[in-house]
Design a protein around this ligand. Structure first.
Ligand code: PAF
Length: 298
């Protein structure tokens, strides 16, 4: 595996079908599942690692976001990627950017409402990665469901000839969705965070049992979080998979997204819901058998 720091070098190393896995580093099994998918489907796998300042508000955790290039390079190599593209700030933003990619409508609710400007930062950096590396396929986790909707829409609107692939959420064995930010949680916070997964599981069960009301599914997701001390719900929303707009009823492919705050950490989770063979099928992702690398290292 080669580690490179410029767009020119990253692009030069891509041959055949190129798969890109964009990340902000401090990798875990969720990222590795994206590399695995890219490895299965592409000739060259490029993982990008860049903590993108544009998508953090001044009040957020840009300075404390976990970073360890050596650790990440080992993981990416072990996962079988060909290239790790780890640009410095000057390569990504040689000047203060005057061009921003802003995706309307799909970014209005949920995270877009709570983190104004966040998706402009995400869409801008992903567009730059797409333009600079020119992959054929790009892989994103479904945990950031609204991000996935935004990237898909940006890709279509800007005519990038790139297939966007969304991969299932990977979870700790107790159900906590993997996130580099889980490293911020102390044991009491981690215990409180489990309530999110209880809500997600209850939603999946309710859908299987025939529940279709958006309000009722949102109530089912919210209840364990609201009942748990030490965690504050931001929202539980049933949303359209294509537009991220809130749904009154489960009548099209959707996701039920939950966001909550535990101490200084914001956690996101969701259950993805598809129509398969005439029925609604919830998919909450996969659970690891034991602790993820984030907890094995702790
Ligand atoms: O999901 C992330 O890690 C980031 O938002 C992304 C897509 C790498 C853009 O910085």
């Amino acid at each position: 595996m080669r580690t490179v720091h410029t767009f020119r070098d990253a692009r030069a190393l891509g041959s055949g079908c190129v798969g890109l896995v964009p990340t902000m580093g401090y990798l875990h099994e969720g990222h590795i599942s994206l590399v695995d998918a890219a490895r299965r489907e592409c000739d060259t796998v490029i993982v990008s690692l860049f903590v993108n300042p544009l998508q953090f508000a001044p009040t957020e955790d840009l300075a404390s976001y976990p970073r360890d290039l050596e650790r990440d390079a080992e993981m990416v190599e072990e996962a079988g990627a060909d290239v790790l593209f780890a640009p410095q700030l000057e390569e990504m933003y040689p000047d203060k950017p005057l061009t921003t990619v802003a995706v309307d409508l799909v970014t209005e609710g949920m995270e877009g409402e709570i983190r104004p400007g966040h998706f402009d930062g995400v869409a801008t950096v992903v567009a730059k990665l797409f333009a600079g590396i020119a992959p054929d396929r790009a892989y994103f986790g479904r945990k950031d469901a609204q991000q996935l909707v935004t990237v898909r829409r940006m890709t279509t609107d800007l005519s990038f000839p790139i297939v966007i692939v969304g991969e299932p959420i990977v979870r700790e064995s107790d159900g906590l969705a993997l996130s580099s930010r889980n490293t911020y949680l102390d044991p009491a916070e981690r215990a409180a965070a489990r309530s999110i997964n209880r809500g997600i599981n209850a939603v999946a069960e309710a859908i299987i049992a025939g529940e279709r009301s958006g309000t009722e599914l949102e109530r089912i997701a919210a209840t364990p979080v609201n009942d748990e001390p030490g965690i504050d719900l931001d929202y539980a929303t049933l949303a359209d998979q294509d537009t991220a707009s809130a749904l009154l009823d489960l009548d099209r492919p959707a996701f039920l997204a939950v966001a909550a705050r535990v101490g200084r950490t914001r956690l996101l989770d969701n259950v993805h819901i598809d129509r398969i063979d005439g029925g609604w099928v919830p998919d909450a992702g996969i659970r690891l058998d034991g602790p993820s690398i984030l907890y094995r290292e702790a």
